[in-house]
Ligand binder design. Structure first.
Ligand SMILES: NC(=O)c1ccc[n+]([C@@H]2O[C@H](COP(=O)([O-])OP(=O)(O)OC[C@H]3O[C@@H](n4cnc5c(N)ncnc54)[C@H](O)[C@@H]3O)[C@@H](O)[C@H]2O)c1
Length: 260
């Protein structure tokens, strides 16, 4: 009986691969046997160098908001490895951390462009490859901020609500073709992005960052921040045949935060 969690011979494309969650996920997918196509707007070979020595990998610098560049990375992945079996549609930005009245329209548009248009373009260009194969798994990165309102990151929250809507609609359109589409909703993950949000929220509340972090952790039933590896584990599960009957789901990885 083959191990249904393994990804041997499969190709996984990961966007935002130079970031904390993207890099941890690329490492785990490679450790489970996948070939990795690592996409980021930053030229950063570190994510690929951190993969297991045995891993076959390709790093591509591309902007997920640019349709030509998205088409380009999809083509490059297929040219090099022949298929795209798993797609972690993950690149995202937090934008400004400010109340709506102080938020700039320029950043509003930028956050929607990366977090929502980027995810849409990834779906638009990876789906035809997977439909031709009659097989594939797409995992978009949303957030628990896509499940409820979040002060001072309203635009980020709106973009992540949109990612969940895109995921569910895409799952309706394509599940049954052999392609599954899900999203992950990470909670408070120990990362550069969370530190930026905590520091700015603390400034608005007139308290220091450690106090702001304590306030946040108090509201997490697990009583700690999450680790990127813990998000990667769910993505790797969703990418695998073990998740063969899972589609249209928004998986929280949040230490119970949304249950509290
Ligand atoms: N860190 C958290 O606590 C947390 C919680 C919930 C959801 N998320 C989501 O997880 C995803 C990854 O977050 P992270 O913590 O690893 O952040 P990160 O900032 O470490 O990584 C994001 C990566 O995306 C890349 N990127 C940004 N814009 C891009 C573009 N236009 N084209 C290509 N690449 C681009 C960045 O260069 C960066 O390497 C994001 O979608 C984020 O919203 C993070």
């Amino acid at each position: 009986m083959p191990d249904r969690i393994r990804l041997d011979g499969r190709t996984a494309v990961v966007t935002g691969a130079a970031g904390v969650i993207g890099a941890a996920t690329a490492r785990l997918l490679a450790a489970r046997g996948a070939r990795i196509v690592a996409i980021d707007r930053k030229r950063d070979e570190a994510a690929v160098k951190a993969l297991p020595a045995s891993a076959e990998a390709l790093a591509i610098t591309a902007d997920v908001t640019d349709e030509d560049e998205v088409e380009g990375y999809v083509r490059a992945a297929v040219d090099r490895f022949g298929s795209i079996d798993a797609f972690f549609n993950n690149a995202g930005i937090e934008g400004e951390v400010k109340p709506i009245t102080q938020y700039s329209l320029e950043t509003f548009r930028k956050v929607i462009d990366v977090n929502l248009v980027g995810v849409f373009l990834g779906l638009k260009h990876v789906l035809p490859v997977m439909l031709k194969q009659d097989k594939g798994s797409i995992i978009n990165t949303a957030s628990i901020a896509g499940l409820f309102g979040s002060p001072n990151i309203a635009v980020y929250s709106a973009s992540k609500h949109g990612v969940i809507g895109l995921t569910k609609s895409a799952a309706w359109e394509y599940t049954g073709t052999g392609v599954r589409i899900n999203c992950v909703c990470p909670g408070m993950i120990d990362s550069r992005m969370l530190s930026t949000i905590i520091e700015a929220r603390g400034r608005h509340a007139g308290i220091n960052a450690p106090m702001q972090q304590d306030k946040i952790v108090e509201r997490i039933p697990a009583r700690r921040l999450g680790q990127a590896d813990e998000v990667a584990a769910i993505v790797a599960f969703l990418a695998s045949d073990d998740a063969s009957y899972v589609s249209g789901a928004a998986y929280t990885v949040d230490g119970g935060r949304t249950a509290a």
